[in-house]
Design a protein around this ligand. Structure first.
Ligand code: ATP
Ligand code: MG
Length: 203
């Protein structure tokens, strides 16, 4: 089982949206479980609205030992992928998740505020000894996207696949779907390209 953690200390950068998109895309490639470590429970509420039962969800865990045990159990149960969503702030649950990660995806919305949060996020990930990749998220055609991409490249790998700003992500979520599942071809293509890249990096 490979563990992918969505983490950044910047709230609203697209962690939960990306976690759902990646998890749903991966259902076509293996058995997928998700772990919601955010007390806000965005991922959990989305999962509850979802009709398909193609994704296993573990939620409501706060203690470090419970979280570590849940990861072990999912591994024993033979899941191929575990996608972990974390809150937008440093906490003990996130630390445990980072320690169990095969790869951390750090969504960065191209803005100064998101950039400011990159330093502490990267420090936390490095402290856990985890591999990480930046994912430009909620991008527009603005020049700042290239600029932020260049700045990030000085700190680590940047996924070549961008996740564009599309209303379809939020709309689909109200029905427990992803933008791709709701038929948004552009979002579907972006997520597929990102998952292709991520799986190749993990191979
Ligand atoms: N690619 C996108 N295009 C358009 N809107 C997006 C995209 N990704 C996320 N959003 C929207 O931005 C908001 C924040 O996204 P999301 O909840 O995924 O961020 P988060 O990092 O999980 O936030 P938090 O730190 O609060 O958990 C949501 O309203 C979501 O619908
Ligand atoms: Mg979230």
């Amino acid at each position: 089982m490979q563990v992918i953690v969505l983490a950044t200390q910047k709230g609203g950068s697209g962690k939960s949206t990306l976690a759902r998109s990646i998890a749903a895309e991966m259902t076509g490639r293996g058995r997928v479980a998700m772990l919601d470590l955010d007390p806000q429970g965005s991922l959990t509420k989305w999962w509850q609205r979802r009709e398909a039962d193609d994704l296993q969800l573990v939620t409501g865990l706060t203690r470090a030992d419970q979280i570590a045990k849940a990861v072990d159990t999912l591994r024993e149960q033979g899941f191929d992928w575990l996608i972990i969503d974390t809150p937008g702030a440093r906490d003990e649950a996130t630390r445990i998740a980072l320690h169990s990660a095969d790869l951390v995806l750090v969504p960065v919305h191209p803005s100064q505020d998101d950039l400011d949060a990159v330093g502490p996020t990267v420090a936390e990930i490095k402290e856990a000894g985890a591999e990480f990749i930046f994912v430009l998220s909620r991008t527009t055609r603005a020049r700042i996207v290239d600029e932020v991409g260049r700045l990030l490249a000085a700190h680590g790998r940047v996924a070549p696949a961008l996740i564009g700003a599309r209303v379809a992500h939020g709309e689909a979520a109200t029905r427990g779907l992803t933008a791709a599942e709701a038929g948004n071809a552009a979002a579907s293509e972006e997520v597929r390209a990102l998952v292709d890249y991520v799986t190749k990096e993990l191979a």
